[in-house]
Design a protein around this ligand. Structure first.
Ligand code: GDP
Length: 322
């Protein structure tokens, strides 16, 4: 496999140096001081402009909650935001493009728009936190299809669920991270469409009753349509992730790998991780959906596609194309 860097991205060794400006003259006289003031003003202005620019960026990202805003972007930028895997694929040489399965789930922009209605809270589509449970027999008994999200603590699960529910801002995604706090399964009702379950984050020292709870849920929940297993794209599959993968495989569950925090890495690093994970999925798994879902809860990259996928697998996207 050969990586092809995008034009303009040079390897570390080929960085071009600026010509040495030589010794910088220090302002001494009145004239020099006068000349230095605008420079100082400029520096101060720049200092204030940086946070302003960051605020602007975060405001810009926050407008991408809704797909109508995304559709207004220039095509290239829109593709990058909506189909991050396709954007990564572009970095590969043609012969290694087949390594990534980018078009197994390949909805049209119209389908993605349609799916958004499922995630938009209205008076007719109530999206809300329902209840929490520590045991399966305490879980709400709902007829609607269910999807669950599992992952290591700190993988970005709460942030992802918040991003998915950003069109229902009144939904409170509860987080209980303090050590010693009871870890619970949190149920969210998405209108009449489906239920989303936020499973407790796991780690090395997950207590036995917690493992029992997750295992029992995954094994016995009858309306569970799909499990979304979150992996941090910065560090790739870790030991605890492998245990969760083994569990899904053993119970023959249909599951999907979601790669979180993709805004954090350089393109090269992200591509390396994604290819490694893809290879693992192709060779070592049976139940995992072959297409990976990279996402960022900060830039909203991949969020709209994931919403569409969830709407589709829960039977809420009526379309001929998929
Ligand atoms: P959880 O323990 O799996 O629920 O993880 P959180 O959602 O609380 O996220 C853990 C940390 O990662 C927090 O500091 C988040 O701000 C950060 N984080 C989560 N998602 C992203 C992301 O997409 N991009 C970046 N840059 N940081 C993220």
């Amino acid at each position: 496999m050969r990586l092809q860097f995008p034009s303009g991205v040079a390897g570390a060794g080929s960085r071009t140096r600026r010509p040495d400006p030589g010794p910088v003259a220090q302002p001494r006289g009145f004239l020099e001081k006068k000349m230095a003031i605008p420079r100082l003003r400029h520096a101060v202005r720049t200092l204030f402009e940086v946070p302003a620019a960051l605020r602007l960026l975060s405001r810009a990202c926050s407008t991408f909650h809704a797909f109508t805003d995304v559709l207004r972007l220039p095509k290239r930028q829109m593709t990058k935001l909506v189909f991050p895997l396709q954007e990564l694929e572009r970095q590969l040489t043609p012969d290694s493009r087949l390594d990534l399965h980018v078009k197994i789930f390949d909805p049209s922009l119209e389908d993605i728009s349609k799916a958004e209605a499922v995630f938009t809270a209205t008076s007719r589509n109530r999206i809300s936190y329902l209840s929490s449970a520590v045991r399966l027999d305490h879980a709400p008994d709902l007829p609607s299809p269910e999807v669950c999200f599992i992952g290591r603590s700190n993988v970005g699960k709460s942030s992802l669920i918040k991003a998915l529910f950003s069109l229902a801002p009144e939904v409170e995604v509860r987080v209980s991270k303090k050590p010693g706090h009871t870890k619970k399964m949190n149920f969210f009702k998405v209108g009449k469409y489906f239920t989303l379950v936020d499973m407790p984050g796991y780690g090395y020292r997950a207590p036995e009753d917690f493992v029992d709870m997750v295992e029992t849920y995954l094994k016995e929940r009858r309306n569970l349509m799909r499990t979304f297993l979150l992996v941090d794209s910065v560090v790739g599959i870790q030991k605890t992730d492998s245990i969760a993968i083994e569990m899904c495989e053993e119970f023959a569950l249909p599951y999907v790998m979601v790669l979180t925090k993709i805004d954090k890495s350089s393109k090269g690093h992200l591509l390396k991780q994604v290819l490694q994970i893809q290879k693992f999925v192709d060779r070592e798994t049976q139940g995992c959906f072959p297409q990976l879902f990279p996402v960022s809860s900060v830039t909203y990259s991949g969020i709209h596609l994931l919403r569409c996928f969830i709407a589709n697998i829960t039977g809420n996207l009526k379309t001929d194309g998929l």
